[in-house]
Design a protein around this ligand. Structure first.
Ligand SMILES: [Zn+2]
Length: 171
């Protein structure tokens, strides 16, 4: 990994978690991703927009790849690093590989997500180790790694509560 990127990694990891928290706060699914070039600069970002776009492939990592490609006007993102607030699912690992990205940094893992109601572990049954071996996957510990999930759970609880009395009154 390049030094320029390495020195800015903690800052970018925090930004990724922050983006996921903000998105969860706004009612979105608690996943975000950033794409960083070898100079340590952000070239793309994305949040999970499956519900908003009615697109089952609009995961944060895929959205970040789309954003980085638009920003750089390149389909191939060789030399870039993707930081994901949650471990990428099988679809995203494949998309990352197709984009030519080798370095993947995960801030929480598949089991953290599953523990909070986001269980996509089944997707890994559809990939084999050759895909995962093609990538350099690093788990990076950050203090607030579970916050996006916790905010999302809180959001889903509070958004349901006010709706119930209203429905009773109108009925
Ligand atoms: Zn995914």
């Amino acid at each position: 990994m390049h030094n320029a990127l390495e020195s800015r990694l903690p800052e970018h990891a925090e930004s990724t978690i922050e983006l996921a928290i903000q998105h969860a706060n706004a009612g979105g699914l608690p996943f975000a991703a950033l794409i960083i070039n070898s100079q340590g600069e952000v070239i793309g970002e994305g949040v999970n927009q499956v519900a908003q776009q009615l697109d089952c492939t609009a995961h944060a990592e895929v959205q970040a790849i789309r954003n980085a490609s638009r920003n750089t006007r390149r389909v191939a993102l060789h030399g870039a690093t993707l930081i994901a607030s949650g471990e990428p699912c099988a679809l995203c690992f494949m998309a990352i590989h197709m984009a030519g990205i080798k370095n993947v940094i995960c801030l929480s893992n598949r089991h953290d997500a599953a523990d909070h109601g986001f269980d996509y572990r089944w997707t890994y049954r559809h990939i084999n180790t050759s895909l995962l071996n093609a990538l350099n996957i690093v788990m990076l510990g950050v203090d607030r790694k579970l916050w996006p999930f916790q905010v999302a759970r809180q959001q889903s609880l509070t958004s349901k509560k006010p709706a119930a009395p209203k429905a009773r009154r109108s009925g």
